[in-house]
Design a binder for this molecule. Structure first.
Ligand code: ZN
Length: 81
């Protein structure tokens, strides 16, 4: 089961706001700090994906700009020859 917040690693039950670090659904004990770390590592992965997407977008723009620049330079050179 996929969960994007604080959830039981065994059954996926929402573990937020519980009085004790134990899943009421399946009885699995958990470490809130460990789950929090896991959540943050997933956030980092999300940032990485967004970063790569942004970099890809900018590299496409950069490629387009360099092609325009090359075309412009080629036009200039052909005018002077
Ligand atoms: Zn559970």
């Amino acid at each position: 089961m996929k969960c994007d917040s604080l959830c039981c690693p065994r059954c996926g039950y929402d573990l937020r706001g519980l009085p004790e670090p134990r899943c009421p659904e399946c009885g699995e004990p958990f470490d809130p700090a460990e789950l929090e770390r896991h959540r943050h590592s997933q956030d980092k992965a999300g940032w990485l994906v967004r970063g790569v997407t942004t970099a890809t977008r900018y590299s496409t723009l950069l490629l387009l700009l360099s092609m325009i620049l090359i075309a412009f330079v080629a036009l200039l050179v052909s005018c002077f020859l």
